[in-house]
Design a binder for this molecule. Structure first.
Ligand code: BGC
Length: 748
């Protein structure tokens, strides 16, 4: 007995000794103790701060930073764009790059490219990798990802977002956010909310009904906050309900911080804060980029003029405001700092490394979408000595500079032409013709690609040259589409129509007339009409693929990677087929005497495929469409039970077999249909997807778990979600237009 007691005492002592060795006693203040709980650190730091120090944290101190508490050793908060790579350092008060020589980053693919992978693992890899780059560059807040819905194909920023469907965007944003934040870097999900056009972006009021808001425009933000645990969110430039979104009471106080329980930081978009009172009272935490008079011209110290700077201090001193709101804002900012730069086990990230280049290449290739492949013209079957003609400006144009705030200065960029030349080096001759002259801009904010794209030849001459060269080519690969200049895929402006710009259609037609192996690669971040589609033998939807863009594209064209990307948006035959039917809807109407534009979301929840299906309008390429070099067969689709209860779940399974002779991946999609409902509902809605990689001949069972949330609509009368009992259908599909099995079930 005595022996046992002694052993026990000794073991307890050993444990205590080990514990105190692994965690030495911390003598300093609680807020500096990395092992203290975050909330205790927050309260301790807050209690030590002066009023001036608190107000100092709620607004910018430079273009991309906001203040810490120097006296207490609490570091500044460094923000960075986002969302595809880490923006080059800029001058303290300017957008212009600072000219550092160690800030050329890895460019990851545009978010629309990520969405097109339909692969959550890829989203995690993306988040982790870009998070590491942000950490290495000592940033606490990464300004991204963007999850605004592609409401109109004309929106200049569609390339920075994840397509037209709220479920797809939500499913992809969650792992991205988690991956970034694993690195001690806050993701800043943007642009919250109903910010779906660039036209008059700071003057446009989105008029959206509650159901549409909750069913289409908020779910991805909600998922980012509640499932991804996002530590920050960016308010958008536009207004909603007649109030600017950076201090919109309903969006920020009622929904985000109220209903969703968001405990992070609301950052304004740059210059999106307009009013002290609203910013203070309605939930803005950090005001960034405000163009006060001093700031506009790059003068220093304009920051004290910010809405949440001197006016805030003055208001508190005069008793207009208490410190209640201020303390809440500062708590959130401190919490973010303790989660990032002052977190325990602070790490250092990594930058421009082979692993990141490989990640960029893999993600980009996994999102390339094979739209059409007549007579299996792809993958390129190139014999020794073959001649491949590549035509088009986008084959050589470096695309990472441009597009607005997501513009990057990169370590390198492989163009499509270089990618193909790399792939066929020593095997085939790869030659190039210009075909058309598009936009020859090569710089943004003082970052220049170093290319000279000028070419004074006329369209006729360029077309004749390309067509002539095409006659002697085994394959012709036209690489065109949009670019990152104004009125294309670019922040600040929208496109004017959905056609291919710069007479590219003429080039395609001229090539089609002389080639029987014409592959058209459309590089864009938004849907492009393809009235010429019949003339091409194969059509590939490529994207702004980042540093490794050209290699990734070549991987797919050569068959090194079997295409498995799927469209994250519908491609209509023409713009007028789409949900935007009136000027009220887009670009909105400017009322007489008002500076504001009213943009009415009259189409309601009928966005993207929901619209085309409800109105029986055929599309050129359906949402979720994408071909492979192999084929897949679906069988045995069934539900585990015939019915489910509102508080239960239902498993639906399907067997998917790779029936071709090469390995490949299939994106198995689950849509839910509610054929009889008390309100008008879309004919079906995406509620699940799985990307399965299968060896030739291999079969896998794919399982989806359905719960009441998947069956619900937003009930305006109740102000919440409702799943009505009755019949439902689980549609197992390979695209929104290709349903392979219908599994009925009942909600009891
Ligand atoms: C953009 C944001 C961006 C910010 C900082 C704004 O113009 O809308 O997306 O993060 O600038 O560059």
């Amino acid at each position: 007995m005595i022996f046992m007691k002694r052993t026990l005492i000794l073991s307890v002592a050993a444990i205590m000794f080990a514990a105190c060795c692994s965690q030495p006693k911390f003598d300093g203040p609680v807020y500096l103790n990395p092992n203290a709980p975050v909330e205790e650190r927050v309260e301790d730091a807050l209690a030590r701060m002066t009023l001036e120090e608190k107000v100092g944290m709620t607004h910018a101190q430079s273009k991309f930073s906001s203040r810490g508490v120097p006296r207490l050793g609490i570091p500044e908060v460094w923000h960075t764009d986002g969302p595809h790579g880490i923006r080059p350092e800029v001058l303290w008060d300017e957008w212009e790059q600072a000219g550092w020589t160690n800030d050329s980053c890895t460019a990851f693919p545009a978010l629309v490219n990520l969405a097109a992978t339909w692969d959550k693992e890829m989203a995690l890899l993306f988040g982790r990798s870009i998070g590491e780059e942000a950490r290495y560059r000592k940033k606490n807040i990464l300004l991204g990802p963007g999850v605004n819905i592609c409401r109109t194909p004309l929106n200049g920023r569609n390339f920075e977002y994840m397509g037209e469907d709220p479920y797809l965007s939500g499913a992809m944003v969650v792992p991205y956010v988690k991956g970034v934040q694993e690195n001690g870097v806050a993701a800043c999900v943007k642009h919250y909310a109903v910010n779906n056009q660039e036209f008059q972006r700071t003057q446009s009021n989105s008029v959206v009904d509650d159901r549409t808001l909750h069913e289409i425009y908020l779910p991805a933000f909600k998922a980012a906050v509640q499932e991804g645990g996002a530590w920050s969110i960016m308010g958008s430039y536009n207004l909603y309900n007649g109030q600017y979104n950076c201090h919109n009471k309903k969006l920020l106080m009622d929904i985000l911080k109220g209903d969703w329980g968001f405990d992070g930081v609301v950052v304004s978009d740059w210059g999106g804060c307009r009013d002290s009172e609203e910013a203070i009272m309605n939930g803005l935490d950090i005001e960034m980029g405000t163009w006060t008079e001093g700031m506009q011209f790059g003068a220093t110290d304009g920051y004290n003029l910010y809405h949440m700077a001197d006016p805030y201090l003055k208001g508190i001193r005069e008793g207009k405001y208490t410190t209640k709101e201020l303390d809440d804002k500062v708590r959130r900012i401190l919490r973010l700092i303790f989660r990032t730069s002052m977190r325990p086990g602070h790490n250092y990230g990594r930058f421009v490394c082979p692993e990141h280049y490989q990640a960029a290449r893999d993600i980009s290739a996994a999102g390339v979408v094979l739209l059409k492949n007549e007579e299996n013209v792809l993958p390129l079957a190139v014999e020794e000595g073959a001649r491949i003609l590549v035509v088009g400006e986008n084959a050589i144009k470096k695309m990472l500079v441009g597009g607005g705030s997501s513009s990057l200065k990169t370590a390198y960029e492989v163009t499509p032409l270089e990618g193909l030349q790399n792939a066929f080096a020593g095997k085939a001759e790869v030659v190039w013709a210009r075909g058309y002259v598009g936009d020859t801009t090569t710089s943004f904010d003082n970052v220049d690609t170093g290319q000279d794209l000028t070419d004074d030849r006329s369209p006729e001459v360029l077309i004749a040259e390309a067509a002539d060269m095409a006659k002697n080519a085994d394959y012709v690969i036209f690489v065109g589409g949009l670019n990152k200049s104004g009125y294309q895929d670019c922040e600040g402006t929208d496109r004017l129509d959905t056609d291919l710009p710069y007479n590219q259609q003429d080039v395609i037609e001229a090539l089609a007339a002389v080639s029987d192996k014409l592959v058209v690669v459309n590089i864009s971040g938004s849907p492009v009409s393809m009235p010429w589609a019949d003339k091409a033998d194969a059509i590939v939807q490529g994207w702004y693929g980042g540093t490794e863009s050209g290699n990734a594209l070549a991987d797919v064209l050569t068959g090194k990677v079997n295409p498995s990307g799927r469209l994250p948006f519908s491609v209509p035959f023409k713009y007028s087929d789409g949900p935007i039917q009136t000027l009220r809807q887009y670009p909105g109407i400017q009322e007489e005497g008002s500076e504001f534009w009213q943009t009415h979301y009259d189409e309601g929840v009928y966005v993207g495929y929901r619209w085309y299906e409800a109105n029986d309008i055929p599309v050129q390429w359906a949402f979720g469409h994408g071909l492979s070099y192999t084929s897949f067969e679906y069988s045995n689709a069934k539900a585990a039970k015939a019915s489910m209860k509102a508080d239960g779940t239902l498993k639906v399974t399907v067997d998917v077999k790779n029936t071709g002779d090469c390995d490949g991946a299939e994106v198995v999609q689950l849509y839910i249909a509610d054929p009889v409902a008390s309100i008008d509902r879309p004919s079906k809605e995406l509620k699940g997807f799985e990307k399965v990689y299968l060896k030739a001949g291999e079969t896998a069972k794919v399982t989806f778990e359905i719960d009441a949330a998947d069956l619900s609509f937003y009930d305006v009368a109740k102000g919440g979600w409702t799943a009505e009992p009755g019949e439902f259908q689980a549609l197992i599909a390979s695209s929104s237009a290709d349903v392979r099995a219908t599994v009925p079930f009942e909600l009891k």
